[in-house]
Design a protein around this ligand. Structure first.
Ligand code: TRP
Length: 330
């Protein structure tokens, strides 16, 4: 029996991570590696729900793997792999599709949002996306899934599918629980601090990416939206911009909000923004160095992918075999 609880999570290879992805999710994934048995996937099959250039997708999935590792995911400790390298994901996904109701998928808020955004490509994959996600999680008999608010409903669907399947066929799947981090930073847009920082924002000044140069980082913070009070204090209602910058600063320096308020007492926003920009650039510097090294060492990345796929495949096949036996395909 394994003694550590198992964690599974994944991100889509849609581009470079933002500071929000890093502080809100990735840094947490890194921290979980000591206490849990972690499995982190680059969920490249999920990204087929939108159209991609083959060449770009190939590059983005490798880049995301390199970003995982540059941020501190340790392939010696955790299983890191490409979803498409483990065919059990697609196989289990089909079985689960046949055990999922149109009705429960119709209630997804994310699908409704995507439909209104991608009117020209409302494909069936977009609709059954949570079923593939359920397959990802259930294949590994996952205990805990660290997910943001936007994915809670999908995890709920995975739990429902698993519970129903177990009800019909006996105990096949572990029912996964959401993992809520003790301190999770929710990083907002630098241009509209009432909405989440997102790399799909039209205005690139709204987000910082993991690979932005120090100059770009300083410039983006300089342009960040604030208010006219000229006092650095935390007040989400009245001062969402400054409060967001304070959260970011707290998150990268480890200082608390009260210390930050005191540090900038009597100083202007210019000084504060420069300090936040410098602290962020300093945090990202070693990550960028490591990323550049990794991207220049493609063979090493290939080796990691290969080993990750083997380890993941071993666990996934066991669950898929169990499923196939229960339903009569074996
Ligand atoms: N749907 C998730 C997202 O867009 C990515 C994802 C796919 C995932 N499979 C998963 C997350 C399994 C956690 C567990 O962010």
């Amino acid at each position: 029996m394994q003694d550590k609880k198992r964690i599974f999570s994944g991100m889509q290879p849609t581009g470079v991570l933002t500071l929000g992805n890093y502080l809100g999710a990735m840094r947490n994934w890194v921290a979980l590696q000591d206490e849990y048995e972690c499995i982190y996937s680059v969920v490249d099959l999920h990204s087929l729900t939108v159209r991609n250039e083959a060449k770009e997708l190939r590059e983005r999935r490798l880049s995301l793997l390199a970003q995982y590792i540059a941020c501190g995911i340790n392939p010696e400790k955790s299983i890191v792999f490409m979803q498409s390298h483990v065919s059990a994901h697609a196989e289990l996904s089909w079985v689960l599709n046949c055990n999922t109701y149109m009705g429960e998928l119709s209630r997804q808020t994310q699908f409704k949002e995507k439909v209104s955004k991608h009117k020209d490509n409302i494909n069936a994959g977009l609709f059954t996306y949570p079923v593939l996600m359920a397959a990802d999680i259930l294949l590994y008999q996952t205990d805990l899934v660290p997910v943001g608010d936007d994915q809670k409903q999908h995890l709920e669907i995975a739990r429902d599918i698993a519970g129903r399947f177990n009800g019909l066929y006996g105990n096949v799947f572990k029912i996964p629980e959401p993992y809520i981090p003790k301190v999770g930073a929710r990083i907002m847009s630098l241009q509209d601090p009432t909405s989440k920082m997102s790399k799909s924002d039209e205005n690139s000044n709204a987000y910082i990416t993991l690979l932005d140069s120090p100059e770009t980082i300083l410039r983006k913070f300089k342009r960040a939206v604030t208010d006219s009070e000229a006092v650095v204090r935390y007040d989400l209602e009245e001062k969402p911009g400054i409060s967001n910058l304070m959260s970011i600063y707290a998150s990268v320096t480890g200082k608390n909000l009260d210390d930050i308020r005191q540090e900038f007492e009597g100083k202007g926003y210019g000084d504060f923004k420069a300090a936040v920009g410098e602290a962020v650039a300093e945090t990202l510097r070693p990550i960028q160095e490591s990323y550049n090294e990794l991207m220049a060492a493609r063979d090493y990345l290939q080796d990691i992918m290969k080993k990750g796929a083997e380890d993941a495949n071993r666990i996934a096949r066991r669950t898929l075999g169990k499923v196939y036996r229960k339903i009569g395909l074996q």
